[in-house]
Design a protein around this ligand. Structure first.
Ligand SMILES: Nc1ncnc2c1ncn2[C@@H]1O[C@H](COP(=O)(O)OP(=O)(O)O)[C@@H](O)[C@H]1O
Ligand SMILES: [Mg+2]
Length: 360
């Protein structure tokens, strides 16, 4: 089976690493000459709106999926004429726009921070008067890794903030003093069968994910599964979805969804029976889902900007290195390490071992 992937970054690369043993081949469409997934499949180097090349992709593959959600809606609509596309155009339309996303949470009774649509500086002033400060202003579309957002702490931060974020449609959210951040990775098959991985604790630095630790018997697992199920059913979703939550007062507030495999699920490659990448491919291809059961205790540390010396990483016991083969650049995710051990105390020690390498 040939799988077309829109985007050729590390998520596409890890999809291909999971799908190749299942007999799948991969074609990536990405304008970047150095797309790191290209090492594992064919690379159509073209713009996401280039209809000739989209047509070529559709002709070559059995189905198309995505490794990022900021794909133009017209791209999905165009491809859908010729080839099955999962997740659906509707799932992408919602997930790529924070206003649609939070409105959907609200409609489904899923708690989310207070929010307001911002189309002008005047809208912002009115929203600040209602929601209060501190608050977080985010562009409705195209934000990732904390980009396209600004924390507003005082009135002076509010002045000119609409122009600062590019005078594009934004939302304002109430600032959440969360006890922690967790994410739930779910997979839904074409048949509607749904499976969940255990909740993951996430730590961000400057808006970028740094550390994920898979939980065991998390008290909020059932609640998170209930909230995510509502969204999956509503969208008649097919594939892997990641759902980010804030932990507040013993409950959950929904932050955002990603209609794709997700950084906080990378630990599943070594830490679960079937990884998020394999399960995404099984789902979109109409194959039976694999077990999402956790194997031992797992954590994932991102390498941001650069990968430490490979030999040093491999010296750490229970450590699995994933080097994406991307050029090193400040703030860019260029690799990760997964630590998998039999007990939580050992896991903690191993995390410290890898963190020590990052600081060097
Ligand atoms: N309303 C909020 N209150 C407090 N912190 C927030 C809020 N929104 C985002 N953050 C912080 O910023 C991080 C990135 O924001 P997020 O909305 O998830 O955007 P991105 O698409 O860049 O991941 C979050 O993981 C969280 O740590
Ligand atoms: Mg996020």
């Amino acid at each position: 089976m040939k799988i077309g992937v829109i985007g050729g970054g590390q998520l596409g690369r890890m999809l291909a690493l999971a799908g190749t043993p299942l007999g799948m081949g991969f074609v990536f469409l990405d304008p970047a000459p150095d797309a790191c997934a290209a090492a594992l499949g064919e690379h159509i180097r073209a713009d996401y709106s280039d209809q000739d090349h989209l047509r070529q992709l559709a002709d070559e593959v059995d189905l198309v999926t995505f490794e990022f959600e900021s794909v133009p809606a017209e791209t999905v609509a165009f491809l859908s004429q010729f080839v099955p596309v999962f997740p659906s155009a509707e799932a992408l339309r919602i997930a790529r726009d924070r206003w649609f996303e939070k409105s959907m949470f609200q409609d489904l009774g899923i708690p989310t921070p207070e929010f307001a649509d911002i189309q002008s500086q005047a809208d912002l002033e009115a929203a600040v008067a209602r929601i209060g400060l501190p608050a977080v202003m985010k562009t409705r579309t195209l934000g990732y890794d904390g980009k396209g957002q600004k924390v507003l702490r005082s009135q002076s931060d509010v002045e000119g903030a609409f122009a600062e974020l590019g005078s594009v449609p934004c939302i304002l959210e109430g600032f959440v003093s969360f006890a922690g951040e967790v994410s739930l990775i779910a997979v839904r098959a074409r048949s509607g069968e749904t499976r969940f991985y255990p909740l993951v604790h996430n730590t961000h630095e400057s808006g970028i994910l740094r550390l994920s630790i898979a939980s065991t018997d998390h008290p909020l697992q059932a609640l998170a599964e209930d909230y995510v199920s509502r969204v999956l059913t509503k969208l008649d979703y097919v594939g892997v979805m990641a759902f980010e939550f804030f932990e507040v007062d013993g409950g959950l507030k929904a932050n955002e969804i990603a209609p794709r495999v997700h950084n906080s699920g990378h630990w599943t490659i070594e830490g679960s029976e079937s990884s998020q990448f394999e399960n995404h491919l099984r789902a979109v291809a109409g194959l039976p889902l694999g077990s999402t059961a956790k194997v031992g205790e797992s954590a994932m540390l991102n390498f941001i900007g650069e990968v430490p010396v490979v030999e040093r990483v491999l010296h750490v016991q229970d450590c699995h290195l994933h080097h994406y083969g991307k050029a090193f650049k400040a703030g860019r995710k260029v690799g990760h390490a997964t630590l998998r051990c039999n007990d939580a105390a050992t896991l903690k020690a191993r995390i410290a071992d890898v963190e020590a390498l990052i600081k060097v």
